[in-house]
Write a protein that binds this ligand. Structure first.
Ligand SMILES: [Zn+2]
Ligand SMILES: [Zn+2]
Length: 291
């Protein structure tokens, strides 16, 4: 089961203070005009800088004192001066992309039956829902089965209407696969892997992957984190499991732990065989066996 959720960053950490300052800089019409003018012809590293005069004209200001004041406020955080003028910083473009992706001023209500699946508990038809930025697949008939919950940008709804569930699953697999290697999919920071070895319980075990810098945190079954590993992927295919398929279509995985050194053993079986994966405490794959 995937449990994607957000948690607030530590209120006392330095990064929170910096983030407050950065947000506070945006609370002015002229600064927003400057930023949007700079983002207009964005071509990544090939973006043509806008000259001081061009930028001032684009914003429609004639008072250079006023323009200067607001430009200087943005400079360093959202605007960078280069040889031929000004360009937006990585923070400006990342913030812009995030707002476009999550569309915070729109409300999408969504509910769709998942025709290709059946609830493992009652056989009913699961439903895909969207709330507060999270996609959830669950059974409403028995209320006892949760397929998964994971954050998904609101922008993706219109763009992937035909194959929404596949789009969500692809995103989950790639993001969790990246997080497992130690890199946060949201901010590229360090991911802390908590294998929760004290609570290993056979076929019902989840681990936590949490970013040390931003709000990214997920709780997942160990095998879900290993699906992007080539050896794991081809071993699963050998026993008839599609690593790109829906998580609930895979048989339950059995998890056991050995100590000194700590190793997780994850086994999954079908009629065609058993795949056994040995992974370190930080979920590095050490050995994959098909038997
Ligand atoms: Zn059910
Ligand atoms: Zn992060």
């Amino acid at each position: 089961m995937d449990r994607g959720e957000d948690h607030p960053p530590d209120a006392n950490s330095g990064s929170t203070v910096d983030a407050r300052d950065a947000f506070a800089l945006l609370g002015h019409e002229i600064r927003l005009d400057i930023l949007f003018a700079l983002l207009e012809d964005w071509m990544a590293v090939y973006t043509e800088p806008k000259s001081y005069a061009e930028l001032m004209a684009a914003v429609g200001l004639e008072d250079s004192g006023k323009f200067n004041y607001h430009l200087s406020k943005l400079q360093g955080v959202y605007v960078e001066k280069v040889d031929d003028g000004y360009v937006p910083t990585a923070s400006a473009t990342a913030l812009y992309r995030t707002v476009l992706a999550t569309r915070p001023t729109e409300t999408v209500e969504f509910e769709q039956p998942v025709t290709e699946a059946a609830c493992p508990d009652c056989g009913g038809q699961p439903v895909l829902e969207y709330e507060r930025g999270f996609v959830a697949v669950a059974c409403q008939a028995c209320d006892s089965w949760d397929g998964f919950t994971y954050p998904f940008p609101q922008n993706g709804f219109e763009q992937h209407e035909e194959s929404l569930l596949e789009a969500v699953q692809d995103r989950v697999r790639h993001e969790i696969g990246l997080a497992r290697t130690g890199q946060c999919p949201a901010c590229a920071g360090q991911i802390a892997v908590d294998p929760r070895i004290e609570s290993v319980d056979g076929d019902d075990h989840w681990i936590e992957l949490g970013c040390e810098s931003c709000t990214f945190v997920v709780g997942v079954e160990p095998l879900s984190t290993l699906l992007t590993d080539d050896r794991v992927g081809s071993a699963l295919r050998e026993i008839g499991i599609d690593p790109t398929g829906h998580g609930w279509e895979r048989p339950d995985e059995e998890v056991s732990v050995s100590r000194d050194p700590v190793r997780l053993e994850i086994a999954v079986a079908t009629e065609q065989g058993t795949v056994t994966i040995t992974a370190t405490e930080r979920l590095a794959v050490e050995r994959v066996a098909v038997g």
